[in-house]
Design a protein around this ligand. Structure first.
Ligand SMILES: Cc1cc2nc3c(=O)[nH]c(=O)nc-3n(C[C@H](O)[C@H](O)[C@H](O)COP(=O)(O)OP(=O)(O)OC[C@H]3O[C@@H](n4cnc5c(N)ncnc54)[C@H](O)[C@@H]3O)c2cc1C
Length: 302
């Protein structure tokens, strides 16, 4: 039996495993896709204290290595439920196995939002992308657009503007909500253009994307030619599999405060999957530490 099963190997889950191992607990981290979580898609991390600049995947690699060297187990598997163990404790049910444990830390993060347009899924990889780090190089020397105006969108645009012929940021609001420093970099680049107060209303192209239809706040429509769009309009949680165990807020995040202790005995939560205002690596790692310490206290009965 594990002391702690951590669901998700993003910064929150890996930090939780690190703290739990330092308390000498038997820990396994179960990850369904990418060891390191969403940060692996970030071209540059420049806001984590103590690290001036590093790619998200380098950051993730270092964290995974640190956690493994501390003696935590990491398994590639998809968790699809948590239930009470009739013999005591909990059972984490995954596609590949059932994991019996004393406590669970849910650190399942969040996923990119889609535009919700017809043929969006069909055109993924054919001009529709959600990750400049992953797909940007395919569009070197081409004209691309980034949809969104927050930090992720601005970061994607900075990266793409380094090798694409042109990058157009298309934002539904009249202003950009990302960091001023990123906006300054983009404004200083000749190949970057900005369209505000405008939404993408349809995707145009047969086998691959050739253009998008835009609509501005006055309702005027136009066709904007582009070789690709990179959609960066925020994240949504994937907490459905946990909804019978913990309560979710109206947006689907796990309801919990800074203590990371849920209403369910033995179940803790950390990182982007919980109700909170700021979703960053710093807040995810802080949660990982809090959740692990709370879980250790629960196990030790203190
Ligand atoms: C493009 C981009 C750039 C970013 N840049 C920055 C930046 O520069 N600085 C910064 O501070 N933050 C940045 N962020 C935000 C940062 O990445 C997140 O805040 C952070 O990764 C949250 O960590 P987390 O561990 O809570 O969740 P995640 O990183 O989302 O990790 C959760 C993990 O859980 C796994 N999982 C989910 N459900 C299950 C399941 N049922 N079974 C098993 N595994 C599951 C997921 O596959 C995922 O790997 C960026 C995000 C993106 C997308």
């Amino acid at each position: 039996m594990y002391d702690i099963v951590v669901v998700g190997a993003g910064p929150a889950g890996l930090t939780a495993a690190l703290y739990a191992r330092r308390a000498d607990k038997k820990v396994i981290v179960i990850e369904k896709e990418t060891f390191g979580g969403q940060i692996t898609y970030s071209p540059k991390v420049e806001n984590y204290p103590g690290i001036a600049r590093m790619s998200g995947s380098e950051f993730a690699d270092m964290l995974v290595e640190q956690v493994l060297s501390m003696g935590a187990e990491i398994e590639l598997d998809t968790v699809n439920g948590i239930c009470e163990n009739p013999d005591g404790g909990l059972i984490v049910k995954a596609d590949g196995a059932d994991y019996t444990c004393k406590t669970v830390i849910i650190a399942a993060g969040s996923k990119h939002r889609t535009l919700g347009l017809d043929r969006e899924e069909e055109l993924v990889g054919e001009g529709v992308s959600y990750c400049a780090v992953c797909d940007g190089a395919f569009y070197a020397g081409k004209d691309v657009a980034v949809i969104g105006g927050g930090n992720s969108a601005l970061q994607e645009a900075v990266l793409l503007s380094e090798y694409c012929k042109s990058v157009t940021l298309i934002q539904n609001l009249p202003f950009f909500t990302g960091e001023a420093k990123l906006l300054e970099i983009l404004e200083s680049r000749d190949n970057v253009k900005f369209i505000t107060d405008t939404v993408v209303t349809s995707l145009i192209g047969e086998e691959s994307l050739t253009a998008v239809e835009l609509q501005n706040s006055q309702g005027e429509k136009s066709v904007f030619e582009t070789d690709a769009i990179f959609v960066a309009i925020g994240q949504k949680p994937e907490n459905d599999v946990f909804k019978d165990v913990v309560s979710l807020d109206d947006s689907g995040y796990i309801s919990c405060d800074e203590t990371c202790i849920t209403q369910t005995s033995g179940v803790f939560v950390a990182g982007d999957c919980r109700t909170k205002k700021v979703r960053q690596i710093t807040t995810a790692t802080a949660d990982g530490a809090s959740a692990a310490i709370a879980a250790c206290r629960y196990i030790d009965g203190i």
